[in-house]
Design a protein around this ligand. Structure first.
Ligand SMILES: NC(=O)c1ccc[n+]([C@@H]2O[C@H](COP(=O)([O-])OP(=O)(O)OC[C@H]3O[C@@H](n4cnc5c(N)ncnc54)[C@H](O)[C@@H]3O)[C@@H](O)[C@H]2O)c1
Length: 261
């Protein structure tokens, strides 16, 4: 009795024929997810806010995959509905959603602006809930789907000067478990990736600060900060059939950072 183990193949990791929505994937870490999915065989819809889509378009199309862009603000209900409608119109289905769009606003705690607090929760937490909720209606009909939320090392730890970021990223783990419970019976898996400290454009100020860079580096068992490429294998795994029995969890891709004192 081998319980089907002979059926397993490396095709389980392929995204051939799949359609993925990745929010904010025109730059930064999302750009890496987009290229990873394209290399694995998926076509894409990228909801984006800023105009810089040329690079991701070129990289995805170089892999022979299709990408559709839709500009707007994920905190707006009408835009979120438009994302779902556009994906169905262009591709007829939604196999994968990656809630990647995010912002950080840093300020002293005592005078932390209300506007910062509200806006970070709106993008990093509430938009994740509402877009996933909308996409889940389609995935339920399909009886299949993968939702991947983007957490952070700050899903498990805290830092100064960024209260709503910490709250939102902790909340993303709660959303991931909630959606797992609500949608598991429809063959929809909801998981998260929690990246650690990565050398990216948005992190330039902190990664160029040698004292801070070294402080963090000394806590990373891998002995180095990460880069966008480090996340690409994990996102493909969580989007693929290979992870069909993984549900409600977050994979920390942080070189071991959050395991240390
Ligand atoms: N860079 C890191 O080290 C790091 C570490 C842990 C987690 N993260 C998370 O990874 C995700 C991507 O971060 P990044 O570093 O690539 O940042 P980034 O700023 O390069 O990318 C964020 C993307 O989200 C988009 N976006 C922001 N607000 C939006 C809105 N209201 N509507 C639509 N799109 C919006 C931006 O335009 C951009 O395309 C975020 O959720 C972030 O919190 C990043």
């Amino acid at each position: 009795m081998n319980n089907g183990i002979e059926n397993f193949s490396m095709d389980y990791f392929s995204l051939k024929g799949k359609v993925a929505i990745i929010t904010g994937a025109n730059q930064g870490l999302g750009l890496g997810y987009a290229v990873a999915f394209a290399k694995a065989g998926a076509d894409l819809l990228i909801p984006h806010m800023t105009d810089n889509v040329a690079e991701v378009k070129e990289l995805v199309e170089k892999e022979g995959r299709r990408v559709v862009f839709l500009q707007g603000d994920v905190t707006k209900d009408e835009y979120r509905k438009n994302i779902v409608e556009t994906c169905l119109k262009e591709y007829g289905k939604i196999d994968i959603l990656v809630n990647n769009a995010g912002i950080g606003r840093f300020a002293d705690f005592e005078n932390y602006p209300d506007e910062y607090y509200q806006s970070v929760l709106e993008v990093n937490l509430n938009a994740v809930y509402y877009l996933s909720h909308e996409v889940a209606k389609v995935m339920k009909q399909q009886n299949s789907g993968k939702i991947i939320n983007i957490g952070s090392a700050l899903s498990y730890t805290a830092d100064k000067k960024c209260p709503p970021y910490v709250v939102a990223k902790h909340g993303v783990i709660g959303l991931t478990r909630t959606f797992c419970n609500e949608l598991g019976e429809y063959n929809i898996q909801t998981n998260a990736i929690s990246p650690g400290f990565l050398v990216t454009e948005v992190n330039a100020a902190i990664s160029n600060d040698k004292t801070f860079y070294d402080k963090i580096n000394n806590r990373i068992p891998a002995g180095r900060w990460g880069n966008p490429q480090d996340l690409m294998g994990t996102v493909v795994f969580l989007a693929s059939k290979a992870s069909d029995y993984v549900n409600g969890w977050s994979i920390s891709v942080d070189g071991g950072f959050t395991t240390t004192l």
